[in-house]
Write a protein that binds this ligand. Structure first.
Ligand code: SF4
Length: 212
């Protein structure tokens, strides 16, 4: 019952956010998949090959071809010859694309507006839950190429909890403890944990708040 209500609530929220994105003047002609494509290029901060972009989005190259063509026709992205391989092309945002992504991310847009109601503590709790849900989606093959802390080989959940409960986790990449509120959902330094046993252990440790 509880999970059904949660599912219904989340589905309702997703519909609301999508509907608002479609109504928004600047974004009215951008499908959510096209917005995700622009966001991936913006997050990377550099050009990407089409295959790399597909991997970031967790989809096949074939399935993003239409979106690429559409946003390219709108002047939001551009292609350039890959300096490492003259046969390959790299995609990057144009200045119009940068403006579009700023509109998508502005504080009064869609999901950002809904999240404004949360206290910092609630936002940190939700960020923690989002880590678990994304990892579950990854485990079920629903997404690929996610770059969360929970899926990262450098992540040591609750390894510092006894020393500093306010900063319970450790990022071994920089050997620094950090708070729940500082968990990353899309970290450029992430190294995907490819040891399935270690990943499963980390997920359980994180979920159960087990100290390391
Ligand atoms: S490298 Fe990034 S994703 Fe990995 S633990 Fe550190 S902050 Fe998190």
């Amino acid at each position: 019952m509880q999970r059904l209500q949660l599912r219904l609530g989340l589905e309702r929220l997703m519909l609301l956010v999508r509907a608002q994105a479609w109504r928004d003047g600047d974004l009215a002609t951008l499908h959510p998949a096209q917005q995700a494509l622009l966001a991936a290029l913006a997050t990377e901060g550099a050009s990407l090959r089409i295959g790399e972009l597909a991997e970031r989005l967790g989809v096949s190259v074939a399935s993003i071809s239409d979106s690429i063509r559409t946003v390219e026709a709108k002047g939001l992205i551009e292609r350039a010859v890959d300096p490492d391989d003259a046969r390959a092309r790299r995609l990057s945002l144009t200045s119009a694309g940068v403006d579009a992504i700023s509109a998508i991310r502005r504080e009064d847009n869609g999901l950002a507006q809904l999240l404004n109601v949360l206290t910092d503590a609630d936002a940190a709790s939700l960020l923690r839950i989002v880590q678990l849900l994304i990892e579950q989606a990854h485990a079920q093959g629903l997404v690929r190429g996610t770059r969360t802390c929970l899926g990262c080989a450098y992540f040591l959940p609750y390894a510092n909890a006894d020393t500093d409960p306010e900063r319970p986790h450790v990022c071994a990449y920089v050997s620094v403890p950090f708070a729940e509120a500082e968990l990353r959902v899309d970290c450029a330094e992430q190294l995907a944990q490819d040891d399935a046993i270690a990943l499963a252990e980390n997920v359980l440790r994180f979920r159960d708040r087990r100290r390391g």
